[in-house]
Design a protein around this ligand. Structure first.
Ligand SMILES: Nc1nc2c(ncn2[C@@H]2O[C@H](COP(=O)(O)OP(=O)(O)O)[C@@H](O)[C@H]2O)c(=O)[nH]1
Ligand SMILES: [Mg+2]
Length: 203
């Protein structure tokens, strides 16, 4: 059941962004440790790793949980390619469904990612509405969020890390978008177009 070495088996590098408090760290912790933390240091960024079996294929995710997103600028980050030891394959852009300001911030972040990717197309990006368990406090309805995602040509999903709803599904959805892009790149066998992902060299 080991991965097939003839395919692109490089880890998938994901970056989780969003306004402080939207639940970035908890999304990562729910996925990787199946835990939920009421109070987690908001200034703490971290790297999480998780192996998932996606469509029968073992897939290693390396997830960068960002902090201090008020200053964090994906555009500069992508241009400078730091502080990453690995490439970026995709972004999860989070907002809390009960916080309209975080929704505005999510759109800024998507624009910033687009600019950072330019002149290449937008890297695979998923809009994630968090805290779906707080239905009574909902401020952004599903339609508004999915329309916004569609405006940017990306997908939208709602999650609850607290109740463990749609967490793995969010990551799997983004990974599928990434692997579809990899296959398309592979079949066109040109590295000059597509998502701008540096290819993994098999030595
Ligand atoms: N109700 C609810 N609260 C959440 C959820 N995810 C995170 N939180 C809470 O939101 C706060 C911020 O979460 P955290 O993961 O630290 O956010 P970060 O600053 O974006 O990393 C904490 O009090 C969490 O307990 C969720 O799915 N549901
Ligand atoms: Mg955090």
């Amino acid at each position: 059941m080991s991965g097939s070495p003839d395919k692109d088996d490089s880890p998938i590098g994901l970056v989780v962004v969003g306004q402080t408090g939207v639940g970035k760290s908890n999304l990562c912790m729910r996925l990787t440790r199946n835990t939920f933390v009421e109070q987690y240091d908001p200034t703490f960024d971290d790297i999480f790793k998780k192996q998932l079996l996606i469509d029968g294929r073992p897939t290693l995710l390396e997830i960068y949980d960002t902090a201090g997103c008020e200053e964090f600028n994906p555009r500069d980050f992508l241009r400078l390619q730091r502080p990453f030891p690995w490439h970026v394959d995709g972004f999860l852009v989070l907002f809390a469904l009960n916080d309209p300001t975080s929704f505005e911030r999510a759109e800024e972040l998507i624009r910033s990612i687009k600019e950072g990717c330019d002149p290449n197309p937008l890297l695979p990006t998923l809009l994630v509405g968090t805290k779906s368990d707080l239905e009574k406090e909902r401020a952004i309805d599903k339609r508004t969020a999915s329309d916004k995602a569609a405006d940017h040509g990306i997908r939208f999903i709602e999650t609850s890390s607290k109740e463990g709803i749609n967490v793995e599904e969010a990551f799997v959805s983004l990974v599928r978008t990434i692997t579809e892009g990899r296959s398309a790149q592979g079949s066109s066998s040109s590295s000059s177009s597509g998502g701008g992902k540096p290819k993994c060299l098999v030595m």
